[in-house]
Write a protein that binds this ligand. Structure first.
Ligand code: SF4
Length: 217
């Protein structure tokens, strides 16, 4: 039986979670319970959908053909499923494309066990550390000031060096309607007020962002 990864959602193209146009996978299940987390729907390890890693690799191949610059793996906590994420990232490496992998984890590097470290080392870019609501930041793609961006490969250094200290005026947040007309959003609204303003503005228009979305390619 092929390996399976439990996912909360997947979207392509996403322009608000890393360099360029990306396939983003939100992995289901997170044990870290950061106070103020805006992704509580991803905490339940039994939630989401179980998907074959082989099928996800097919999605990555289709995204590459459609011009994707990279894959972002977010959560939830991706390293809670280190074996399946590792299989996926090994498959991505075999594609050989100029395609970077950005992996989010709420763990610090020195908290990882050997399997988690092995998987983390397959990423070009790692963003590490829990969300700390009392440490707001303007740094792009990070939710709080303690979170660190690690550039592990030449491709990562080429694409991301200018972003390590970059603070945009507004954090990139993308809002889209799916094929069924439901809204989904992606990004790191690094202040709780931003997410609340997003919710209020859309609620005024009659939309809710509370439900989990799911769309394979
Ligand atoms: S690590 Fe991320 S998903 Fe998990 S509780 Fe913290 S902010 Fe939420």
């Amino acid at each position: 039986m092929s390996e399976r990864l439990r996912l909360a959602r997947a979207h392509f193209p996403v322009t608000s979670l890393g360099y360029g146009h990306r396939l983003v996978l939100w992995v289901q299940g997170c044990p870290l319970a950061c106070p103020g987390c805006i992704a509580k729907d991803t905490w339940d390890p039994a939630g989401g959908v179980a998907v074959d890693v082989a099928d996800l690799l097919g999605d990555v191949r289709r995204a590459v053909l459609a011009g994707a610059d990279g894959l972002t793996v977010s959560g939830g906590e991706p390293l809670r499923q280190a074996a399946a994420v590792g299989s996926l990232l090994r498959g991505v490496q075999e594609l050989g494309a100029a395609f970077d992998v950005l992996l989010y984890t709420g763990f610090e590097l020195d908290e990882l066990d050997s399997a988690q470290r092995e998987t983390a080392e397959l990423a070009d870019v790692l963003i590490t550390g829990r969300y700390v609501a009392t440490a707001p930041t303007g740094l792009i793609w990070r939710g709080s000031a303690n979170q660190r961006m690690h550039l592990r490969t030449p491709l990562a250094r080429d694409r991301y060096t200018d972003f390590i200290e970059y603070e945009p005026e507004h954090p990139p947040v993308q809002i889209e309607a799916d094929r069924e007309g439901r809204l989904w959003w992606a990004g790191v609204p690094n202040r709780p007020e931003t997410k609340r303003a997003l919710d209020r503005g859309l609620a005024a228009l009659g939309y809710s962002l509370e439900s989990t979305s799911w769309r394979r390619q």
